[in-house]
Write a protein of this length. Structure first.
Length: 266
């Protein structure tokens, strides 16, 4: 179908420029447009903010080999431009004693400068697809897209011995790797408080502006992840809905005890 093909091509290239995906390390807009050592360092800070979702100034300095004053200079400039912001850490992010360190992350405006060059075309193609094929066509396209991204990720096998924490965590990491390859800058994080689980974190979404009008893209991602993992998953936040990170919580089936053994949770 002609318009379905157009929608697929447009949506798959949303957030890209001709010749390949937009790399934050080569984006002049966020870092002031100067191809200089200062500008390249600013771009490296932006890339780290994008990939980490939320990070402290100390972690930025350690990762990039910058002094505290250098990190502060770049962060202050990004905050002044409205591209980054500071916030207090969540309780689970606090490490050690003392006053909690502020965490920094990109704003929606900062992420927008990373490139959404084909959003208008993608949205127009998706609208045309919906007009011609109805809601079912949009849902089918959204599912086909994420299935293609996760096609190389082996699903967790069925069976009592195959749904261990290790299987789920390993599969979640493979999902994150596949999403990263598709431009989502994804990672995983273990969460032990509340409902123990592992979270799949997508720090960037190349189709965020399209997904604002077509949430079918986000719903298809959640459904596909659940099927690959072989368990229910919960979407806690999405960039399309104003979140800083797309967060998918995967509850663990077993609880690991202090002795390192696992017991089935009742």
């Amino acid at each position: 179908m002609k318009f379905e093909a157009e929608a697929k091509a447009a949506t798959e290239t949303a957030g890209q420029r001709p010749g390949g995906a937009v790399s934050p390390a080569t984006q002049p807009d966020v870092a002031g447009g100067h191809d200089s050592p200062e500008g390249r360092t600013r771009q490296a800070v932006v890339r780290l903010l994008m990939e980490s979702g939320s990070i402290t100034a100390g972690e930025i300095g350690a990762r990039l080999g910058l002094s505290a004053a250098g990190v502060r200079r770049h962060l202050d400039a990004l905050i002044e431009m409205g591209d980054a912001e500071a916030h207090a850490p969540a309780s689970w992010q606090q490490v050690g004693r003392g006053r909690p360190a502020k965490r920094f992350q990109l704003t929606a405006a900062g992420r927008g400068k990373l490139g959404h060059r084909y959003d208008d075309l993608a949205v127009a193609a998706m609208r045309q697809l919906r007009e011609i094929g109805g809601e079912d066509a949009v849902v089918a396209f959204a599912r086909q897209r994420i299935d293609g991204i996760l096609s190389e990720v082996a699903a967790v096998a069925a069976g009592a011995d195959s749904d261990s924490d290790e299987d789920l965590e390993a599969t979640a990491e493979r999902i994150a790797a596949a999403l990263t390859e598709a431009g989502y800058a994804a990672s995983t994080a273990r969460v032990d408080g509340g409902v123990p689980g592992v979270q799949i974190l997508q720090h960037h979404c190349p189709v965020a502006n399209v997904a604002k009008e077509f949430p079918e893209l986000c719903r298809a991602e959640r459904q596909a992840m659940a099927e690959v993992l072989g368990t229910h998953v919960q979407r806690l936040a999405t960039i399309a809905d104003g979140g800083y990170v797309c967060t998918t919580h995967v509850p663990l089936i077993n609880k690991t005890t202090k002795t390192g053994k696992s017991s089935k949770r009742r």
